[in-house]
Ligand binder design. Structure first.
Ligand code: PLP
Length: 400
């Protein structure tokens, strides 16, 4: 029996998950693998958040909530936007989901007609294009390589827009590149969109707090207030508060849009876990010193990997502006041969060579829609990163 539908067959499983599973399997066999493939903080969720969840369970907050979310969580999200971004949203302009990922699902499920186009700059987060395709949309991918500092220009955005364009979807700071847009760059993209009223914007700001360079974070909603009636800001607690397993994401936008998202939520998972909702409210309302400390550590790590990998001949590196990724171009190593005679034909084969010979797990650029690159996550200890730099330098040095 063929169970898989045409729709299901049109997408792939998350490639970064596949790499990290391979790395885990090698580790289980006793191999000393350093995993730089993961997109999640290596810190524990702060205690006060865990305590809030325990208290929620003990006090019986263990039931379905409204699909729109608990009032206390929506109020915490509204307060967050006001406090951190100076943005005014009402509670009915908020939507929540099981992670920012489900927000994307709800948004595309609820808004795309078959054949609608979504402009996505590449390299993109692995899930964007597949989520679009799954909901009948057509990703219009615009390549922005290291030569472009991984950023979309207004000219290229303009050229990618057609009468069928429904959304422009991007993230800053970026997974997988670490690039961050300045307020002026966002305003320039906004100026293009102003001329195309049929195009709405999804700005994925999940890495908002993780800023490693000199350019501060700017929310698209701050840079382009004139587009407020067609902008959906996506965020979540996964990255900022080390809460990836709690599955809680949120979005803010025009009420007519969040209403659609909430309807999709009501007929899919009903609501995110009530316990995670309370924990997320505690995270947003509580002391923010965990975020400050984590970001200080990411900055040190970002500087360490930028220096270490830049020093490896043949890697073209941009220091990360934010998030916890480095995305070196590795064209110099494609076409070379490993000591065992294997030819490295592309970045997927290079990542696989690094996994087997250097015992360092990375994700190939191909997974993010550009080649030849590798993505290195620095959400791991500085000691691990130093060892990984040495091992990768050594393994690449052995290619002829
Ligand atoms: N957006 C980007 C750019 C991400 O990198 C990730 C996670 O890796 C997500 C969204 C999903 O986050 P969540 O855990 O909230 O689903």
């Amino acid at each position: 029996i063929r169970f898989e539908s045409t729709k299901a067959a049109s997408i792939k499983s998350s490639p970064s998950m596949a790499v990290s599973m391979a790395a885990k399997a090698m580790r289980a066999k006793g191999e000393n693998v350093i995993d730089l493939s993961l997109g999640e903080p290596d810190f524990e969720t702060p205690d006060f958040i865990v305590e809030a969840a325990i208290e929620a369970m003990r006090s019986g907050k263990t039931r379905y909530t409204s699909p729109d979310g608990l009032e206390e969580l929506r109020a915490a999200i509204v307060a967050k936007f006001k406090r951190e971004n100076g943005l005014d949203y009402a509670t009915d302009q908020i939507s929540i989901g099981n992670g920012a990922k489900q927000i994307l699902f709800n948004a595309f499920l609820g808004t795309l007609e078959p054949g609608d186009e979504v402009v996505v700059p590449a390299p993109y987060w692995v899930s964007y294009t597949d989520i679009v395709i799954l909901h009948g949309g057509v990703p219009r991918i615009v390549s922005c390589g290291v030569e472009d500092d991984f950023k979309l220009t207004p000219e290229r955005l303009e050229a990618a827009i057609t009468p069928k364009t429904r959304w422009f979807l991007f993230n800053s700071p970026s997974n997988p590149t670490g690039a961050i847009y300045t307020a002026a760059e966002l305003a320039a993209l906004g100026a293009v969109l102003e001329r195309h009223p049929h195009v709405s914007v999804m700005s994925d700001e999940i890495y908002e707090h993780i800023v490693c360079g000199d350019v501060p974070f700017t929310s698209f909603a701050n840079a382009c207030p004139q587009l407020a009636d067609r902008t959906l800001i996506i965020n979540g607690v996964s990255k900022a508060y080390a809460m990836t397993g709690w599955r809680l994401g949120y979005a803010a936008g025009p009420k007519s849009l969040t209403k659609v998202l909430n309807k999709m939520q009501s007929q899919s998972t009903t609501c995110p876990s009530s316990i995670s909702q309370i924990a997320a409210a505690a995270a947003l309302n509580g002391p923010q010193d965990f975020v400050t400390r984590a970001v200080a550590e990411y900055k040190l790590r970002g500087a360490l990997v930028a220096k270490g990998f830049s020093a490896i001949p043949g890697l073209d590196v941009r220091p990360p502006g934010g998030a916890f990724y480095l995305f070196p171009k590795c064209a110099a190593y494609i076409g070379k041969t490993a000591p065992d005679g294997t030819r490295i034909g592309n970045d997927t084969e290079l990542a696989s060579y690094l996994l087997t010979s250097a015992k360092v797990a990375t994700v190939p650029g191909a997974a993010f829609g550009v080649e030849p690159y590798i993505r290195l996550s620095f959400a791991t200890s500085r000691d691990n990163l130093s060892i990984a730099i040495d091992r990768v330098a050594d393994a690449l040095g052995q290619l002829r």
